[in-house]
Design a binder for this molecule. Structure first.
Ligand code: PMP
Length: 359
């Protein structure tokens, strides 16, 4: 069996230990004689799986009791609408546009009501995070929305915006559980798990209880946060398997030191790559140093053919999924929690050799 170093932006690398546990339990989970994929979501066995997953996530992130946690489906792409329908009480919300995903969230809000972009970094192809210390947030906007880590452009908010007393909503998909966060600073956090936490098909929503409306006339049942909150994420059939794998990853993170340890390891891994990019004559980072993501690292040679050659040669060396997103071009290395330091060292070593050979 040959495992590669997988730099995919998502679905992405998972901890090998977790994959092995899942394999071991595939035919018989905990003496049930069946796989988690085959069991009822109404069974006591699955109830324990989802209860444990939520409890472990709460421990990891230090989620206060007045925040609700739900596991849902439909993609973050659906949550863009759900968030607006539930939290924009008066139909008004403001957005910071830092890339494709923030833009998509904004566009959904525009379909549904009155959404305004109060800052954007589109002028330099989203290569930085705009100054958010004094945004023209509308007095009556229900919330300020950010995409905290921009998967495609490789930027991250180093500090959270000054919301001027407004509720902050963040898409944390590509940084979820990669470092400690202070949940109390947010009204709502949403994240797809397919980057740092599990297989595609599960999104986690963490929302302050008092922001969840009881009554939402005209909003379909499945788009009301209250529905899944009230049903413990079991209003309808959830992605049982996905939630089970997330639970295993939560335990893996805890065993490996929790979010503080993840944050330190991730900072070290990212520094290996950024330090090399900053000293290289061939490769360069596309992102302002101050705003660089620890998770998604785009880089270019400046020559499209050479970029393509690099991606192909790297794949032959077992370093896969390094092709950049079409909006940035070049390469992108996603180095989530489960990417071992050795993977980043192998990548940097390969880049050094490639540079020597192409001088
Ligand atoms: N937000 C971010 C930050 C993303 O990276 C992505 C895509 N991976 C999405 C939202 C959209 O997620 P989905 O494809 O699950 O709708």
């Amino acid at each position: 069996m040959a495992r590669v170093y997988n730099f995919s932006a998502g679905p992405a690398v998972l901890p090998e230990e977790v994959l092995r546990q899942c394999a071991d339990e595939m035919l018989d989970y905990a003496g049930c004689g069946m796989s988690v994929m085959e069991m009822s979501h109404r069974s006591s066995v699955f109830q324990k799986i989802i209860d444990d997953a939520e409890a472990d996530l709460r421990d990891l992130m230090g989620i206060p009791e007045n925040y609700k946690v739900i596991f849902v489906q439909g993609g973050d792409s659906l949550l863009f609408s759900t968030v607006f329908m539930n939290l924009a009480a008066n139909g008004k919300a403001d957005y910071v546009i830092t890339g494709n995903w923030a833009k998509k969230a904004f566009q959904e809000a525009q379909i549904l009501g009155d959404a305004v972009a109060v800052a954007s970094s589109a002028d330099r192809n989203f290569s930085y995070i705009p100054d958010c210390s004094d945004l023209p947030i509308r007095e009556d906007a229900s919330y300020l929305y950010i995409c905290e880590n921009n998967t495609i452009y490789g930027t991250k908010f180093g500090e959270l915006p000054n919301t001027k007393g407004h509720v902050l909503v963040a898409d944390q998909s590509s940084m979820f559980l990669s470092e400690p966060v202070d949940v109390t600073r947010y009204g709502l956090i949403h994240a797809g798990v397919q980057k740092n936490v599990g297989p595609a098909g599960v999104q986690i929503v963490i929302v302050r209880e008092d922001l969840v409306p009881d009554d939402l006339p005209g909003v379909p049942t499945m788009l009301r946060l209250k529905t899944q909150i009230g049903a413990g994420s079991l209003y309808n059939t959830p992605n049982c398997w996905g939630i089970y794998v997330c639970g295993k990853v939560f335990k893996w993170i805890e065993k490996n030191g929790g979010l503080a340890a993840m944050g330190e390891r991730n900072a070290e891994k990212a520094a290996l790559l950024y330090d090399f990019l900053d000293e290289s004559d061939l490769f360069s980072s596309t992102v302002e140093p101050r705003d660089r993501s620890l998770m998604n690292v785009p880089f270019v040679t400046g020559d499209k053919e050479l970029d393509a050659e690099f991606v192909a040669e790297a794949a032959k060396a077992g370093l896969v999924n390094l092709k950049g997103h079409r909006s940035v071009g070049g390469m992108r290395a996603s180095i989530y929690n489960a990417m071992p330091r050795e993977g980043v060292e192998a990548l940097v070593g390969f880049m050094k050799d490639f540079e020597l050979a192409h001088r």
